[in-house]
Design a binder for this molecule. Structure first.
Ligand code: GRF
Length: 207
């Protein structure tokens, strides 16, 4: 079985990236057993822990800051090219805080997996944890989904539920969500890579 090539995109602490790296390492069969290997890590900013984690693991990195390009379209093209250079089978957006553009989606639609810290379609966007708390929701969680042209609107692959406690603030709740999120992302990426999948409309089936 071919080992899927993963490019992981990050903007911050990169604990989801680390969970993937650890799971691949811990698999008795290594990348062949897990079904995937991380071939590169991309970011939209320098100086983040996510990039350090990649460097420590000996994985090539690239950085495409939006501000470094004259237009958003130029940035999107640069991100697409930098990603394409690593010939990914799957792209994992793991805490990547930018909306990718038409070129990126056009090239990779159906192969970009994102993780979002809320139960979509509730609380999309950059503040999913804060918005669920402010709404007074009693449960929230995380959603692993394919990326389409909208903001957190693509077909859902898997979700995990987390209870909201009376004493929660955004940081405490996000930490509990991330514990569930990391396990879910590792499980989903491994299964997509090992078994293959079909996307029919909004329905995702892992084969
Ligand atoms: C995750 O909760 C992700 O869903 C959100 O940002 C967090 C990233 O965490 N968009 P990390 O960088 O993987 O630690």
């Amino acid at each position: 079985m071919a080992v899927s090539r993963l490019v992981v995109l990050v903007s911050g602490s990169g604990t989801n990236l680390q969970a993937l790296l650890d799971a691949i390492d811990a698999d008795p069969g290594g990348p062949e057993g897990f079904g995937a290997r991380v071939v590169a890590v991309g970011a939209d900013r320098d100086g983040i822990a996510g990039l350090e984690r990649a460097e420590k693991a000996g994985i090539p990195t690239f950085v495409c800051p939006v501000k470094a390009y004259p237009t958003r379209e130029d940035w999107d093209r640069a991100l697409t090219e930098a990603t394409a250079a690593h010939e990914p089978d799957l792209i994992v957006s793991a805490g990547f805080m930018k909306i990718v553009g038409k070129e990126f989606i056009g090239r990779y639609e159906g192969r970009i997996v994102n993780t979002h810290p809320a139960l979509l379609p509730a609380f999309p966007g950059a503040h999913g944890v804060r918005d669920a708390l402010a709404y007074g929701a009693k449960v929230t969680g995380c959603t692993v989904h394919f990326v389409d042209a909208g903001v957190d609107t693509g077909p859902v692959i898997a979700q995990g539920v987390v209870e909201i406690r009376d004493e929660d603030d955004e940081a405490a709740l996000h930490e509990r969500i991330k514990e569930v999120e990391r396990r879910l992302l590792v499980d989903v990426v491994g299964r997509l890579a090992r078994h293959g999948y079909r996307i029919e409309g909004r329905k995702v089936t892992i084969q």
